[in-house]
Design a protein around this ligand. Structure first.
Ligand code: KG4
Ligand code: ZN
Length: 344
């Protein structure tokens, strides 16, 4: 039996979780900074790292207490050390190093993007994983779609992910956040636009569905600009029309994003002769995307792996889950472990 504490601070969520053997969740805690950043319309890195520092110890204490586990009983500390905002990563990493040093525990470095993929295999209420993470039908066509990433991978194991295509400009979540800002709605934009889109007409605006040719890449900046011109005129500078039906804009934009993501994922699956489809990252909480991918799974006969809603956005369950495999493979780290802002 292997018990890991996971720590996640790569962006604007401070999270801790205790997970046994890579799949059994004993406790989980997430402190979101969304409200803190809402008034700026985006994550301010300095504000984010300071906030992580304020809450990380209470979050860890709470989590251990909920799990009924003491630091002495742990087998290691799994921590997101890449990629992410450098100041934010350093808070989680320093805390993990402190615990590891104090208790003589191994430090287990976890890649945030790979952890998102793993989280989709962990199942749980509302998730779709029908199998144990270790028995997934590899290779999987995996779509990581969040505020920082829109990347397709050929996944051959919990830690083996070969990039097949990626966004050439904005991430899909970023496009959601920008469209929300354009419409004068709040931050983070994804959940707001998602909710609004359910009430609108997806055919109200004719928007492009950019699919860069001869590749599995994505591009969302043209779509974002098309939305801008559609609502604020050919220069993109007119005031928002008084009679603008924001729900129609949201629905049309969402239909284009979902269509592009779903088509690319299915193309990727065909290319690698995948045994299953997987979607993860914050945008995997999108209801329209989940519904469309469920249809594609049915049509192609491939199983679909999606995280439960609560594990779509950043969390430490996925970090402690993947950490189990990193630890088992002997890839622990020393106190010299660095935070790395980029990479996938
Ligand atoms: O994975 P995540 O929590 O953080 C990153 O690693 O980026 O993803 C956050 C992103 C934000 O851009 C947010 O707007 C988007 O995920 N998001 C959504 C939904 N919920 C969150 N996008 C579309 N629909 C949603 N329901
Ligand atoms: Zn993330």
């Amino acid at each position: 039996m292997t018990l890991l504490l996971g720590l996640e601070t790569s962006c604007d969520e401070t999270a801790a979780a205790v997970v046994r053997d890579g799949h059994e969740v004993l406790a989980e805690r997430v402190a979101s900074q969304a409200e803190l950043h809402a008034r700026f319309g985006g994550v301010i890195p300095e504000v984010a790292s300071r906030s992580h520092l304020e809450v990380i110890f209470p979050v860890v204490e709470d989590c251990l207490e909920q799990a009924g586990v003491s630091l002495e009983e742990l087998d290691g500390l799994a921590v997101t050390h890449r990629p992410g905002l450098i100041g934010c990563l350093l808070v989680g990493l320093s805390a993990a190093k402190g615990f590891a040093l104090a208790r003589g525990l191994p430090l287990v470095p976890v890649n945030h993007v790979h952890a998102h993929v793993y989280g989709a295999l962990m199942g749980g209420e509302g998730g779709s994983a029908p199998t144990h993470p270790e028995q997934a039908p590899w290779p999987l066509a995996s779509l990581v779609v969040s505020g920082g990433h829109t990347t397709l991978y050929e996944s051959r194991g919990p830690e083996v992910h070969r990039p097949l295509g990626r966004t050439l400009d904005d991430a899909a979540g970023e496009a959601y956040d920008k469209v929300s800002a354009l419409l004068g709605l709040g931050y983070p934009g994804g959940p707001i636009v998602d909710r609004l889109a359910a009430e609108g007409d997806p055919n109200a605006y004719e928007l492009p569905r950019p699919l860069p040719p001869d590749s599995l890449d994505f591009s969302f900046s043209g779509l974002k600009t098309a939305v801008l011109y559609a609502v604020r005129g050919p220069q993109g500078r007119d005031p928002l029309p008084a009679d603008l039906v924001a729900a129609d804009v949201a629905a049309s934009f969402q239909a284009a994003v979902v269509d592009v993501l779903a088509r690319r994922l299915v193309q990727a699956a065909e290319r690698i002769d995948a045994g299953g489809l997987l979607v993860c990252g914050g945008v995997a909480a999108n209801r329209a995307l989940r519904a469309r991918l469920a249809e594609e799974a049915e049509r192609t006969g491939l199983p679909l792996f999606m995280p439960p809603m609560r594990l779509a956005t950043d969390n430490a369950v996925m970090v402690a889950g993947l950490g189990y495999h990193v630890l088992r493979a002997g890839r622990t780290a020393g106190l010299e472990l660095d935070a790395v802002p980029r990479g996938d």
